[in-house]
Design a protein around this ligand. Structure first.
Ligand SMILES: C[S@@+](CC[C@H](N)C(=O)[O-])C[C@H]1O[C@@H](n2cnc3c(N)ncnc32)[C@H](O)[C@@H]1O
Length: 363
């Protein structure tokens, strides 16, 4: 855990400032997005140390001086922009700050911002209701589904672009480091539960010439996975099993050397996780390795990453399903062990987003 989680050593003046950042978060978020998407940050960046005025940006973007002015003043307050030293009081010269630089160029920030806007923003207003009702009340803005996963393949292109951009950005970066761990032992048959678009399955086939992968996911996703597997030339090695893992009738087939669940268990409550693992139990032998790849917030190296995960939990609350989240190491481990498994090893810090790869076997 980060030391700052135990210490409250901020002074009152700064604490009050932090409180205002929270109070105005929806507006500052939209201002930051507008500064990015109107290309204002880029223009400020290009002006380098010389700096640039509101008027010049207004001329270059075709936006009103008023509009550019309010955005840039907020950018200054948010620390995304700075003023050039000795810039004339009547004609302020703005430069790009380090924060502005990250908002403009950093992949994680871009992916998180697009996800916040296109997937979470409308439904965030329904967060409190979602908590009261234990349902993702914000999902109604997109369709009449119980969980986002049921409707994912039918959502708008903008929604899907940001959802998949977010999903893939996080787990994909850990895959290359997970592959040598999973294939350090012979794996002829792997089940990828929650295999989504077949990204991992395709990487497995490329990495290991012998493995056969079965993707277990909801029908909307397995249809996409089949298409992608075919396009990658692996239709003979990647098969799909469309099903809802929560249905009482769903049984997992036997015969896997490894069962893989990447960013899958965070779609369920701890109680459901234990139930899923109890279902997997009869399908696994004493030699079957159960791999779980998850971003764990108390195993992050940087507070910014832990913060992103804590915020992502709220997406699960108001959009995804109303009952899951990004887990702490022990709570997830215990829920899986309660399903009849035992943790054998855990690798931390996989990929730049510090994923944890757990390996379990039957008790
Ligand atoms: C966050 S995505 C993870 C995708 C991929 N494994 C990765 O690492 O990027 C979660 C996946 O779990 C699937 N899923 C969620 N609830 C499910 C359910 N009840 N039954 C089957 N699959 C489900 C979703 O359709 C989705 O493909």
């Amino acid at each position: 855990m980060f030391e700052s989680y135990y210490q409250d050593d901020i002074d009152a003046v700064n604490a009050k400032f932090e409180a205002q950042k929270i109070a105005f978060a929806p507006l500052s978020f939209q201002a930051a997005r507008a500064l990015r998407d109107f290309g204002i940050l880029e223009l400020v960046s290009k002006s380098r140390r010389k700096g640039i005025t509101v008027k010049e940006i207004s001329e270059k973007t075709g936006l009103s001086e008023y509009g550019v002015g309010v955005l840039m003043e907020m950018g200054l307050g948010m620390g995304m922009l700075k003023l050039k030293k000795d810039s004339p009081e009547d004609n302020l010269l703005y430069t790009l700050s380090k924060v502005g630089f990250f908002v403009m160029t950093d992949d994680m920030t871009r992916v998180n911002m697009d996800f916040s806007e296109d997937v979470c923003y409308a439904g965030a207003d329904d967060l409190a209701e979602s908590i009261k009702n234990g349902k993702p009340e914000g999902l109604k803005h997109f369709g009449k589904w119980t969980t986002v996963y049921e409707g994912l393949s039918q959502c708008s292109d903008q929604f899907k672009k940001s959802w998949f951009g977010f999903d893939h950005f996080y787990s994909d970066l850990a895959f290359p480091e997970a592959l040598p761990i999973v294939y350090s032992k012979p794996v002829k048959r792997l089940f990828d539960i929650g295999g989504n678009t077949a990204k991992w399955a395709i990487q497995c086939c490329k990495y290991n010439p012998d493995v056969q992968v079965s993707i277990i996911d909801l029908p909307g996703q397995t249809a996409v996975a089949e298409k992608n597997a075919k396009a990658a030339g692996f239709e003979n090695r990647i098969s799909t099993i469309p099903c809802n893992v929560l249905d009482s009738t769903t049984e997992f087939p036997k015969g896997a050397d490894a069962i893989w669940m990447s960013q899958f268990l965070d779609c369920f409550s701890l109680h459901q996780i234990t139930k899923i693992l109890k279902k997997i139990h009869p399908a696994a032998s004493s030699e079957t390795d159960i791999y779980v790849l998850e971003p764990i917030w108390d195993k992050q190296r940087f507070e910014a990453a832990a913060y992103s995960l804590q915020a992502t939990s709220l997406y699960f609350t108001c959009i995804a399903n109303g009952n899951s989240k990004m887990y702490r190491f022990n709570e997830l481990k215990n829920a899986i062990e309660d399903g009849g498994f035992e943790l054998k090893e855990a690798h931390h810090n996989l990929g730049i987003n510090c994923y944890t790869l757990f390996r379990f076997r039957k008790k």
